[in-house]
Design a protein around this ligand. Structure first.
Ligand code: SF4
Length: 372
């Protein structure tokens, strides 16, 4: 840890830099816990520039915790559509409902109550409580951990549980008690803009004189790269049924699709949202998709005459999975009636205005739309 004189100089320099150079972001113009919370959830695994339009649209429709709690889940997912990691949206709404039920729609001020809410872990709780309420909780995420590892020249895998706990202690000790919210944001901002994972810009760094990694000439190699989980390749076959008026069939989100066949990990890959009939291909996409469609369409008159029109494949990535999406157009004179499914114009899946669909489903819809 830094000696106390150095510690106070470190805090002064970093806070001064942040107050002068911070990026102007919509969630930095408020101390409203709901807005801070929403931004923190949207920013998980997602770039700032991608989040901004979603953040603004979401707040236009759900300006407060009450409106979010009362909304149909499908509408919440629709406004999240394209941002990915949809469990974040579901947890956000469940937490809003708990907040209305237990706290009158006010975000709690204590860390235990915040941690008890769905989708809120230690990092998110610390960020919300420090920024919205000035709570003295230091954040530790990948960005902050990298900055700390360089300041104190920490070697080894930062996600090792003992090392992570020790980094949390360093973060707690550095936290500026007079301005915890600004402090946390300053640490995150430094990691996001200056102390970047590759090629840190030490010449622009407000705290470079305190940095051990820079002194030792190891800023480029700290932290050590983690071994990446091997990429898993998955091929999906997607059946886009289309009638002559351009309407298509969508199945219910899998968690509610009792009675309909679901295949392997498809429910995860289609993000539990409205989706086309989809399978994970084992060997023969056409044969396996045909069997799957026959099961779904059991009893429908189109069942025996399915012609699968091969469309260009699309690529999709979800965490460690590299997904090849193989769409097939299946023209029908009439869309079959399937319990729990709905029929909508294909254009509504390509550019949804009321539907909650994942990017993967939208990509398959685009392929079918382009090939018409
Ligand atoms: Fe990061 Fe360089 Fe600043 Fe050290 S001096 S904290 S490595 S940007």
């Amino acid at each position: 840890m830094l000696p106390s004189r150095e510690l106070s100089a470190f805090r002064k320099r970093l806070l001064g830099w942040f107050r002068q150079y911070q990026r102007d972001l919509p969630w930095r113009r408020t101390r409203d816990p709901y807005r801070i919370w929403l931004s923190e959830i949207m920013l998980q695994q997602t770039r700032v520039t991608a989040v901004i339009p979603y953040f603004e649209r979401f707040l236009e429709r759900f300006p407060d915790i009450h409106s979010l709690a009362q909304a149909p889940q499908e509408e919440v997912l629709r406004l999240w559509s394209g941002l990915g990691y949809y469990s974040r949206a579901r947890n956000l709404q469940r937490a809003a409902q708990e907040l209305v039920l237990r706290y009158g729609g006010v975000f709690p001020r204590d860390v235990e109550s915040a941690l008890a809410l769905p989708g809120i872990g230690r990092y998110t709780a610390a960020a919300i409580l420090s920024i919205a309420y000035g709570g003295k909780h230091a954040v530790l995420d990948g960005n902050v951990a990298r900055v700390l590892a360089r300041i104190f020249a920490v070697r080894g895998d930062l996600r090792d549980s003992k090392r992570w706990a020790s980094l949390q202690k360093s973060a707690d000790a550095l936290l500026a008690p007079s301005a915890p919210g600004d402090w946390n944001q300053a640490m995150m901002e430094l990691g996001a803009t200056v102390c970047a994972p590759r090629a840190p810009q030490c010449l622009l760094c407000p705290v470079s004189r305190f940095c051990q990694a820079r002194k030792l000439g190891i800023a480029d190699v700290v932290p050590e790269r983690r071994k990446k989980r091997a990429t898993e390749s998955v091929t999906l076959a997607v059946g886009i049924l289309l009638d002559s008026s351009g309407r298509t069939l969508l199945l219910r989100p899998p968690e509610r699709s009792k009675g309909l066949p679901v295949n392997g990990e498809v429910p995860v890959l289609v993000s539990k949202m409205w989706h086309f009939p989809t399978i994970v291909v084992q060997a023969d996409a056409v044969k396996e998709l045909r069997i799957h469609l026959s099961e779904i369409l059991a009893g429908a008159k189109e069942r025996g005459t399915l012609i699968l029109d091969d469309l260009p494949t699309a690529r999709h990535a979800v965490t460690y999975r590299s997904i090849t999406v193989h769409p097939f157009r299946v023209c029908c004179s009439e869309l079959p009636r399937v319990a729990g499914a709905k029929t909508v114009p294909l254009s509504e899946v390509i550019s949804p205005s009321t539907l909650a669909v994942s990017n993967l489903t939208r990509k398959a819809a685009r392929a079918a739309g382009a090939g018409r």
